[in-house]
Design a protein. Structure first.
Length: 234
């Protein structure tokens, strides 16, 4: 029986394979050719991507260079306003209203460099006066570098903490005291009591005050003088 079944199974016709749609292989080959022409999946696509990245890099470098050039130009313009022949006063925004005097230079858009630095010291003293205590203040200049922590005579200041800066007159009290200190190498003078410092700067003010006093002084009454002289009682 088994041999009969086996012979019957062997003699059955095999099932025909599913028909293949006409033109399937041709369509696939056509798509491949079109993709190659368009550069999809080939070397052309990689070349295009490389060119795009290179173009973006060039644009980024150009923008960065332009920003740096504009920043450098602004710093150069500010340094041109700094007078090298004199000192500058830098006013900070701290609670004490600290002012530093020195040679100022703008480094970049974020910071300044100040060298040959001096600053104001206020020394208060209590003196008895008729049973009451009176406080007197002495204002003087101090040279940076003699402090306990021993700083180097160069300071880097954040631009955001600078309220404003000024060029100082060479005939002013501060510059005069600095020049005397550098020449004599003595202690800084009391700028409020130095008779020579700032004398030239105060000349115009003194002359103006004298002129104003002469203009406001009452005129002498010549009539009254003559009457007193000719008084027969004398």
């Amino acid at each position: 029986m088994e041999s009969l079944y086996m012979n019957e199974f062997m003699q059955r016709p095999s099932r025909p394979a599913a028909p293949v749609a006409a033109g399937t292989h041709e369509v696939s080959r056509t798509e491949v050719k079109n993709n190659r022409k368009l550069g999809i999946g080939g070397k052309s696509q990689h070349v295009a991507a490389g060119l795009l990245m290179f173009s973006l890099a060039i644009v980024g470098i150009a923008v960065l260079a332009l920003m740096l050039l504009n920043g450098k130009t602004a710093v150069q313009k500010e340094n041109e306003r700094v007078l090298d022949a004199t000192y500058q006063a830098v006013f900070l925004d701290d609670s004490n209203g600290q002012v530093y005097f020195g040679k100022l230079e703008a480094i970049n858009g974020d910071s300044y460099r100040l060298s040959d630095i001096y600053y104001v010291q206020v020394q208060s003293a209590i003196q008895p006066d008729s049973g009451k205590e009176a406080t007197t203040s002495k204002i003087s200049l101090a040279k940076l570098g003699n402090e306990l922590h021993g700083p180097i005579d160069t300071m880097y200041i954040n631009r955001s903490h600078v309220l404003f800066w000024e060029n100082l007159k060479t005939s002013g009290q501060v510059v005069c005291a600095i020049n005397d200190y550098q020449i004599n190498k003595l202690d800084m003078k009391d700028v409020t009591k130095d008779e020579n410092c700032g004398k030239d700067a105060a000349t115009d003010t003194t002359s103006a005050d004298s002129t104003a006093q002469q203009a406001t002084q009452p005129a002498t009454d010549d009539t009254t003088t003559n009457d007193t002289t000719n008084d027969p009682a004398q």
